[in-house]
Design a protein around this ligand. Structure first.
Ligand code: F6P
Length: 547
């Protein structure tokens, strides 16, 4: 039987990795470095301006060889080609997966259902650029003739996290005379706080929703419409000057009352969490301008080409995906921390949480059977150095193994005295401390009293990967986004899961729809939930009527 058709855990590479894991699982990184003076230079890959040092991972050359063999036995190359080609690899929704087409150069040709989609992508980009230039340049004015000064993106999940992350990440490149806000939560506090100091005459709302049916977004959009009209004298024509929409669903946009001339389209072959470089990035383009936006697309495209063509042992996303799979499936690792040493990337971990966990948080394979191993670990993180004074204690001395991705830049965008050297010193020091720790002998040699020694020992052998780039630019951000997107895809191919659907979010949505009238109805509802849910609903109804 060809390896790819064998169950994952029966493949030769999987079996070999199991045996190999027995041999290497207790080998310390200290030993690996002591035995190979060149390890820190050898176990690195540099491509498209990103330098990946994976030497502080618990791997040997044999591990990498076997992981690449597993990728080959899982037909990774063929699956990558199928994705880039536009095959309908999102099988549960019968959709192509072509976020890579969003950053394809103008002349490229990618066919979906018989039509080349690249000209459509560029037509929307051109419309976005025109709109962004008019708003940024003051040619686009509000209903009362005033310039737009505030832009509020309304969206949730992929229609929020990418835009927020990119806005924060690229603030240094943004037009500081414009004020950007992001409203996502159905909790009214989000909308109220975001708009409390804004002038409706100067505010443009972008309603971003792939489906244009999402409860949170439509509720916020309705409140925004009411807020605008209240502030602009109630003339419904004002909506056309103060609302734009980004969606795949023109009918719903029109039904909501937004002029489809102000609608920027994307397509069902762009997954929500893979959409920040589509029209969903309109707020980003308004902030940084069309040229920087295109530079971000070009950066992502460079990384796409690298992923598509580089051999897996020199392939940044393939290696990153395989390393995490090694920890998740052979070391039983439950979580991975992403730790950017760059304040502008403060929302990057939150962005990755959706991209990674909504993609690979699955237990069913493409065949409908249960996966025979663990799939995605939990992702979380905060910028360094802040995290060092918070949860790093657990990473250094806790009982769990938590691989870390460090992201650092040689140059800062805000040079100030010694700050940047201190920042870099910290990120390198953390990776070193995690890997090598501090032995009891070393602790004793410092003069530590015997009783205190165990508390001050660092076992080390805690893995990390360092991603180093020159400077945070729009192009670098595009590369980082594509790097993680493809690392996620790499894993999904090996686990044989559909990384592009998200059925796991549906049940809660349906149940919430059922509970809304039970909370709001005047008459006491007949409740048919479990006793806990029934009790919670009754309790709130009573408390509300008293309140
Ligand atoms: O609830 C999950 C989800 O479907 C995400 O996948 C998506 O990014 C988000 O909701 C928002 O969806 P939409 O853009 O259609 O409003």
């Amino acid at each position: 039987m060809p390896a790819a058709t064998q169950p994952l855990t029966a493949r030769p590479a999987w079996k070999a990795l199991e045996a190999h894991h027995q041999k290497v699982r207790s080998v310390h990184l200290r030993t690996l470095f002591a035995e190979d003076a060149t390890r820190g230079e050898r176990l690195t890959v540099e491509a498209v301006g990103l330098f990946l040092d994976y030497s502080k991972n618990r791997v040997t050359d044999e591990t990498v060889k076997l992981l690449v063999q597993l990728a080959d036995e899982s037909s990774l190359r063929g699956r990558i080609d199928a994705m880039f080609r536009g095959d309908k690899i999102n099988i549960t929704e019968n959709r192509a997966v072509l976020h890579t087409a969003l950053r394809a150069p103008r002349g490229a040709a990618i066919t979906v259902d018989g039509a080349n989609i690249v000209p459509k992508v560029h037509a929307v980009l051109d419309r976005m650029a025109d709109f962004a230039n008019r708003v940024r340049g003051g040619a686009w004015v509000g209903h009362t003739g005033k310039r737009i000064r505030a832009i509020v993106n309304i969206g949730i999940g992929g229609s929020d996290l990418g835009p927020v992350m990119a806005y924060e990440a690229l603030k240094a490149y943004s037009d500081r005379t414009l004020n950007f806000r992001f409203v996502s939560n159905v909790d009214s506090t989000d909308f109220v706080e975001a708009t409390r100091d804004l002038d409706p005459a100067e505010t443009l709302f972008i309603v971003s929703s792939k489906t244009f049916t999402t409860q949170e977004t439509m509720t916020n959009a309705q409140s925004a419409r009411d807020w605008s009209l209240r502030g602009l004298g109630g003339d419904p024509r004002a909506v056309a000057r103060h609302f734009a929409a980004v969606s795949t669903n023109a009918a719903k946009v029109a039904e909501f009352g937004i002029d489809t001339a102000n609608m920027f389209e994307f397509w069902d072959w762009v997954g929500g969490r893979y959409s920040m470089l589509s029209a969903i990035g309109l707020s980003t383009m308004l902030a940084i301008g069309p040229d920087h936006f295109r530079a971000m697309l070009d950066g992502a495209h460079e990384l796409d080409e690298h992923y598509r063509t580089a051999p897996f042992d020199k392939n940044l996303p393939a290696l990153m995906g395989l390393l995490t799979l090694w920890y998740a499936d052979f070391f039983g690792v439950q979580t991975v921390a992403v730790l950017p040493y760059e304040q502008y990337l403060k929302r990057f971990p939150a962005y990755l949480q959706q991209m990674i966990m909504e993609s690979n948080g699955k237990y069913v394979t493409l065949d409908g059977t249960r996966v025979p191993c663990d799939t995605s670990p939990v992702y979380w993180g905060e910028p360094g150095t802040n995290g060092q004074h918070s949860f790093y204690q657990l990473i250094h001395q806790g009982t769990r193994l938590i691989p870390c991705d460090f992201i650092a830049f040689v140059e800062t965008l805000n040079p100030l005295g010694r700050h940047h050297d201190l920042l870099l010193a910290n990120v390198f020091a953390q990776a070193e401390a995690l890997a090598f720790g501090k032995t009891a002998d070393e602790v004793k040699a410092d003069g530590t009293p015997d009783w205190l020694v165990p508390h001050r020992v660092f076992e080390g052998n805690r893995p990390s990967t360092m991603i180093l780039a020159q400077k945070l630019t729009p192009a670098t951000l595009g590369k980082l986004v594509a790097l993680y997107e493809h690392a996620v895809f790499t894993q999904s191919c090996i686990w044989n899961i559909d990384a592009f659907d998200q059925w796991g979010v549906e049940l809660g949505k349906v149940l919430a729809q059922r509970i809304v009238p039970e909370l709001e109805g005047k008459d006491e509802p007949r409740l048919g939930h479990d006793s806990s849910t029934n009790n919670l609903i009754r309790r709130c109804r009573k408390a509300k009527s008293r309140g």
